[in-house]
Each structure stands twice: as structure tokens, then as C-alpha cells.
Design a binder for this molecule. Structure first.
Ligand SMILES: C[S@@+](CC[C@H](N)C(=O)[O-])C[C@H]1O[C@@H](n2cnc3c(N)ncnc32)[C@H](O)[C@@H]1O
Length: 320
């Protein structure tokens, strides 16, 4: 296990959008009717959720998109051995790309490669603000569960970052298979994710055991993140590797610590509507639990495990 070194963070600083102006502002005074939203969204407790994937627990409004962008600035790295290929020029698919912050930065860093981002919602171009999109980058609205609109063996490198918890335990193997289908023989697939179980003191542990309970009620099994390598093995992938990287919450290198502490608070805010609804907790009770856990995490050297799982598709593969 290693601590994310500051070198992993610096890549994005000059490359990422200077301002973020997503489609939908998180309302400070929320409207009560879904009619006030663009099609495909619904309100829950004053936050806007994408209705297409009802089990996905996070909202998709400006506050959440901001959180995702900020997180990408902290964890922009990848671990599959594709750096040299990226410099030479390969095709990359970023599935469930959210705001696209990772692809936007990567497309600028590796201008010879081409990047495609897909997501259930179109938060992508808005996240660029006034920045012109890199020419080697495109985006498509795609529900992964309905299948990726690409022929077999289309991409040299397929990545899904913080996306696995969007799917139930039953759906996840099919999603992995679908991503594997579009990898070219000899190409790479990579998953970057957290198992939603931060290590820390009792208050943080208790709060996130409740989050996991909520996920379980949706048939989402966060422990599956720890064994994505097994799915790749079953699909016949080679050179499968998984790295468990420790990401400090509120401590460690200052660029990491301040970002992760803020991110924990914002993640709690994003989780609040579903947590209060599903677990029958009031807003103020949740706020108190979250604030206590955040305070405790500073003293207890809390951390996330981030799992990087990658593998290479064999030259001859039966994943179609
Ligand atoms: C936690 S966010 C991660 C976004 C981005 N990869 C990142 O690291 O910032 C999960 C993303 O998965 C997307 N998502 C959820 N269900 C999806 C589905 N069925 N098809 C495609 N994208 C989906 C959400 O809209 C959201 O953008």
C-alpha cells in the first residue's frame, strides 16, 4: 500500500477548466416541482438526480459536478502501463466520465491520442466553461446498461473511474463485460474506484456503514470493488494487476489533504438526500453525524482505499 505522492496531482493544474458552469445550478431555494427541471431529472430533497439510473445515489447538479471536478484534480493518475502509447497516439474511452475532467486534462496532455467520454447525463461540455474543448476529445450521452454504441475492439484503452458503484451487484459483471468488449486485442482496461469504506475513527466508520447499508438496499455491493481483478480474470484478460492506494483524508501532502477533507464534506452533502430518505434520518441528525465524523477524521488520520485494477486483452479473445 502506498500514499498518493504529490506528483500524481500536479498534472491537471494548468490543464483543467478555469471555471465550471454546469447545466443545472444546485438550488439554494429549491423548486418543488420536477417541471422546473430539464427532462431526465427529478428533485429529491432539493437536489437534482438523473432519473435514468434510479439506483445511482449521487445527485448530478452543480455542487456535485464541482465536487467531481475537484476530486479529479486530486486523483488524475492512472496505473495501466499506457503512458508511452498515449504519447504516440492511441484511442481512449472514458466510460461514465461525469464532467469529463479526467479526459479533458488527458486530451491536453496527450494531443496525439483521441479521447471519447460517455455518461448518462450531459454534464461534459458545460464543465468546460469558456474553455474550447480539445480537438482530440468527443462526448456522447450513453447509458452503459443499454450497451456502448461502439463496435467490438474499438479502443486501445478503456477506463471507468469511480463508476462501479452506479451499478447493482447483478448489473456489474455485464457492465465490465461490455467495457471489455470494446477493448482492442492487446489493449488495456482500467477501473479506478473506492470501496466506500473509509478507514478512520468510530464515527466515520459508523456513518459509512450506514452509507453501505443504503447501497445494499439498492443491491449495490461496494466490496465488489476489491475484486474487479477476478472479473477480468474470468474474461480471459492478462497481466491483471490491482493496486490498493491509500488516499489520506485531511492529512498527508497538503494538496491532497485539503482536497480530500473538503471532498468528504461535499460527498456527505451529496449523499444526504438519499440517506435521510432511505434511512429515515432527519436532515439535522445527518448533518450532526457528518460534521462529527469529518472532525474526527482530521484527528484519526482517516484514509480511503483507492483500487486501481487493470488488465490487458489477449490478442485472441472471446469477449465480444
Ligand atoms: C461518481 S461519478 C464519476 C464521474 C467521473 N468518472 C469522475 O471520476 O469524476 C459516476 C458517474 O457515473 C455516471 N453514471 C451512472 N449511471 C450510469 C449509467 N448507467 N451509464 C453511464 N453513466 C452512468 C453518473 O452520471 C456519474 O457521472
Amino acid at each position: 500500500m502506498s500514499i498518493l505522492a504529490p506528483t500524481h496531482i500536479t498534472l491537471s493544474v494548468a490543464q483543467t477548466p478555469a471555471s465550471v458552469s454546469p447545466t443545472m445550478d444546485t438550488p439554494k431555494d429549491p423548486p418543488l416541482s420536477d417541471d422546473d427541471l430539464p427532462p431526465g431529472y427529478r428533485w429529491i430533497e432539493g437536489r437534482a438526480f438523473a432519473s435514468e439510473n434510479p439506483i445511482y445515489v449521487m445527485p448530478m447538479d452543480s455542487d456535485e459536478l464541482d465536487r467531481l471536478n475537484e476530486m479529479q484534480h486530486t486523483i488524475l493518475n492512472f496505473k495501466a502501463p499506457v503512458e508511452e502509447d498515449l504519447k504516440c497516439g492511441i484511442s481512449v474511452l472514458d466510460v461514465g466520465c461525469g464532467t469529463g475532467a479526467w479526459s479533458i486534462s488527458m486530451a491536453s496532455l496527450y494531443p496525439s491520442s483521441t479521447f471519447t467520454g460517455t455518461d448518462l447525463v450531459d454534464a461534459f461540455l458545460d464543465s468546460l466553461g469558456s474553455i474550447t474543448p480539445p480537438l482530440n476529445l468527443t462526448f456522447q450521452v450513453v447509458d452503459t446498461l443499454k450497451g456502448l454504441p461502439f463496435p467490438d475492439a474499438s479502443f486501445d484503452y478503456v477506463v471507468q473511474r469511480f463508476g462501479a458503484l452506479s451499478f447493482s451487484e447483478l448489473q456489474l459483471p455485464g457492465v465490465i463485460r461490455e467495457l471489455a468488449r470494446v477493448v482492442k486485442p492487446g489493449g488495456w482496461i482500467e477501473f479506478v474506484d473506492t470501496d466506500a469504506s473509509p478507514h478512520g475513527g468510530p464515527l466515520l466508520t459508523e456513518l459509512w456503514s450506514k452509507v453501505n447499508l443504503m447501497l445494499t438496499m439498492r443491491d449495490i455491493n461496494a466490496t465488489k470493488i476489491q475484486c474487479l481483478h477476478e472479473d477480468l480474470f474470468e474474461l480471459g484478460f492478462e497481466q491483471i494487476t490491482y493496486n490498493q492506494v491509500l488516499l489520506p483524508i485531511g492529512w498527508g501532502p497538503s494538496e491532497v489533504g485539503s482536497g480530500t477533507a473538503r471532498n468528504l464534506t461535499r460527498a456527505h452533502d451529496s449523499l444526504k438526500p438519499q440517506m435521510t430518505l432511505v434511512l429515515g434520518i432527519g436532515n439535522s441528525e445527518f448533518d450532526r453525524m457528518a460534521e462529527d465524523a469529518e472532525e474526527e477524521s482530521k484527528e484519526s488520520k482517516a484514509y480511503w482505499d483507492i483500487y486501481y485494477t487493470f488488465g490487458r486483452k489477449p490478442e485472441i479473445s472471446n469477449v465480444e
